[in-house]
Design a protein around this ligand. Structure first.
Ligand code: F6P
Length: 374
């Protein structure tokens, strides 16, 4: 590194954490190019999310490391769901703050290790690229005295404080194409096709792909569904000469009966089968129509980022470096309207951005004849 060791030169540590998504490498490139070319900063790449900072698994990045990665899927740094503040370290869909309230030793050890490595590597700032869990951890580390800057990524688009996360539009294209492909086979066989898209807590992906792909039913976690309403909708379509239907479900969608269950009973009940298979069975039982299920799974997160994710990831990356250069820490860079703004990490920490029940797209979906399960 050209200016390494110069007292005024800042050193940043960069990591990617949580589920991967298209656009992570574009964001890494944006951060590294701006930091290196514009400010001559030193860049320490941290392997596999927060785990790399617990274990000291790091290496300085050189220009050749972040060259040619704009269009590549995944993350050159690797990722993990390590959550240093959470006992056991991995609770994928729990973004709460209660992780180590009982003073879990292991947890304290991990946080201590992170703080020590941060000092040892002489970091001026930790740049964390991730979703809700990553951002929440970033906020907690900033409360522990570390300088942290966050970049919001996730195919779920469920981070509070930003209009959009990178990864979302790439996954949306993949989900929409899958729905398009199901259309022709559903039509040929006069079947109901249920397709499950990701989105554990929020239904953004299912709603957008469902609307883009002309889904006849769209089920999202924010609106618990009534299978009888869905059955009536599908039967009415058939009576109107539409002998096939497409049902788009977010993985976290739930029925009104499930909504009433105790959280732990619901968890146990849902562990048995992927939602799409259960919904397909319920539809067959309710309507007598031949129904098939598809779970799109990790295909949604793989592969190259679409053009808009590349642009967003690059812009967020370079904006993060501007914050760093100004010494504005404890912030996440966020797209708000047509601008990229700094937002306090406290804003997204511990929260999930759900689809609001008065969101314009819900009304649009209903207006074009889509059933939302209620
Ligand atoms: O957080 C993004 C996400 O893609 C969710 O939609 C999904 O529930 C989850 O990751 C699954 O991730 P993994 O199985 O890799 O932990």
């Amino acid at each position: 590194m050209g200016t390494m060791g110069h007292p005024a030169t800042k050193t940043l540590g960069i990591l990617t954490a949580g589920g991967d998504c298209p656009g992570l490498n574009a964001a890494i490139r944006g951060v590294c190019r701006a930091a290196y070319d514009r400010y001559g900063m030193n860049i320490l790449g941290i392997a596999n999310g927060y785990r790399g900072l617990i274990e000291g698994d790091v290496r300085f990045l050189k220009p050749e490391d972040f060259s040619g990665i704009l269009t590549r899927g995944g993350t050159i740094l690797g990722t993990s769901r390590e959550k240093p503040f959470q006992p056991g370290g991995r609770a994928d869909h729990d973004f709460s703050f209660h992780g180590d309230m009982q003073g879990d030793m292991h947890t304290e050890g991990k946080v201590q290790a992170i703080k020590e490595y941060y000092q040892e590597f002489k970091l001026d700032c930790l740049v964390v690229l991730g979703g809700n869990g990553t951002t929440t951890t970033g906020y907690r580390l900033s409360q522990e005295g570390l300088n942290v800057i966050g970049l919001p990524k996730t195919i779920d688009n469920d981070i509070v404080g930003t209009d959009l996360t990178f990864g979302f539009h790439s996954a949306l294209s993949i989900g929409t194409e899958a729905i398009d492909r199901l259309h022709s086979t559903a039509q040929s066989h006069n079947r109901v096709m249920v397709i499950e898209l990701m989105g554990h807590k929020a239904g953004w992906l299912a709603l957008y792909a469902g609307l883009a792909g002309g889904g006849d039913v769209i089920l999202i976690p924010e609106i618990p569904y009534d299978i009888k309403t869905i059955g009536r909708h599908l039967i009415k379509r058939a009576q109107n000469g539409k002998s096939f239907s497409i049902v788009v479900v977010a993985e976290g969608a739930l029925s009104i009966e499930e909504e009433e269950m105790e959280k732990k009973d619901r968890k146990k009940y849902r562990e048995k089968t992927a939602l799409a298979y259960r919904v397909a069975q319920e539809i067959e039982r309710e309507t007598g129509m031949e129904t098939r299920a598809t779970v799109l799974g990790y295909v949604q997160r793989g592969g190259i980022p679409c053009a808009s994710d590349r642009v967003l990831a690059t812009s967020l990356g370079t904006a993060a470096v501007e914050l760093l250069a100004r010494g504005e820490y404890g912030k996440m860079v966020a797209l708000q309207g047509t601008e990229i703004r700094p937002v306090d990490l406290q804003v997204p920490a511990g929260k999930v951005k759900s689809v609001p029940l008065d969101y314009y797209m819900l009304d649009s979906a209903v207006a074009v004849g889509t059933c939302l399960g209620r």
